[in-house]
Design a protein. Structure first.
Length: 347
């Protein structure tokens, strides 16, 4: 089930910490949290501009960030796990908590800005990190394992950065950008595998960069989806490695069965796929569509794909390499190294 959003440092070195608790962290620019202490308590006491460094250890809690310019940096071995009693946040309830929730003010529709979550392993939450109404959130060098829905996701946000993260076994997508007409998101150097979708862009436009990602062993490498009427698109995805997305995902309440898709542009517009390597995406089960690159719509009344460009990509050993259902206008296929297409002649 996809959640929908509600609305469209320099640091001064001042270390104030004790072994049993935090001493006046609100006045400090840098705070340390050790195992047995609370990350949330440090966030609650922090002022904008604070860096909270979390030492190696297991932290059974979910964390809410509603302040600007808070950086939470996990040291090697810092692991956030679902607590026995989660605290409800704007991102999730007690039964379906989100690991790190970064949320703006729903009442005033004010974005929370300049926050960062880096260096953590986040295990077993509904989502590892979720931004809702955020500007300039940085999610860097984290590992998300067994997320029920998304590893890291941003809704109604702008300027999000997902860089150097790994998402394993996400129920819906390793990484997600949605409901953001001015997404301006940077999606680079991430790996997503053994989930449903590696990278999901849904009803979002104007991403800044999508490059050097590795999406493999999912049902789909990347999906750009415009729910009617959308829109979704207006960005370039280049130099990504999209390999062996052969898992079979059955139909659910949101869509048909899917298997063997590298990149799918469903009702997307003005997406440029350039110099990507897209290989070995072959169905292993029932699927509504397949292909190294698959372009189309979702049936009668849905948004048609428009003005997309597939150029200078390497596509081999997919089934087929390029698959276009013929819908939409202005879709171009140029200079690709590929062997098979539906209809014939697109390579």
């Amino acid at each position: 089930m996809t959640r929908r959003a509600l609305f469209g440092i320099t640091a001064l070195i001042a270390l104030v910490v004790s072994l049993v608790g935090l001493a006046n962290p609100a006045s400090a620019a840098q705070v340390i949290v050790r195992q047995g202490q609370s990350i949330q308590a440090a966030v609650d006491a922090a002022s904008p501009g604070t860096t909270i460094t979390v030492k190696q250890g297991r932290y059974p809690e979910n964390v809410l960030i509603t302040k600007n310019d808070i950086k939470i940096a996990g040291m090697p071995g810092a692991t956030l796990v679902e607590p026995a009693k989660a605290v409800p946040t704007p991102c999730g309830n007690r039964l379906h908590p989100v690991g790190f929730c970064v949320a703006g003010d729903f009442n005033t529709q004010t974005l929370v800005s300049g926050d960062a979550v880096t260096g953590f392993t986040v295990r077993g939450f509904e989502m590892g990190v979720m931004a809702i109404g955020a500007s300039g959130l940085v999610v860097d060098s984290n590992i998300f394992r067994a997320s029920e829905e998304y590893g890291a996701a941003a809704f109604n946000s702008t300027g999000t950065t997902f860089n150097r993260n790994v998402a394993e076994g996400a129920g819906e997508a390793g990484f997600y950008i949605g409901d953001s007409p001015d997404a301006n998101a940077t999606i680079t150097n991430n790996e997503a595998y053994n989930g449903f979708i590696g990278q999901f862009v849904r009803d979002a436009e104007n991403l800044a960069e999508v490059s050097h990602n590795y999406w493999h062993d999912n049902c789909v490498g990347m999906v750009v989806l415009a729910d009617a009427p959308g829109p979704a698109g207006a960005f370039t995805a280049q130099n990504n490695d999209v390999d062996h997305n052969t898992k079979a995902c059955p139909a659910n309440e949101e869509g048909p069965p899917v298997s063997g898709v590298g990149i799918a542009l469903l009702g997307a517009h003005d997406v440029r796929l350039l110099t990507n390597t897209i290989t070995r995406n072959v169905p292993t089960g029932e699927t509504a569509f397949a292909g190294g690159v698959a372009i189309g719509n979702q049936g009668p009344g849905s948004t048609a794909p428009m003005n997309n460009t597939v150029q200078n990509n390497t596509l081999h050993n997919n089934d087929p390499d390029i698959n276009w259902d013929g819908s939409g206008t202005g879709n171009k296929f140029r200079g690709n190294s590929c062997d098979t297409s539906t209809p014939a002649g697109l390579c």
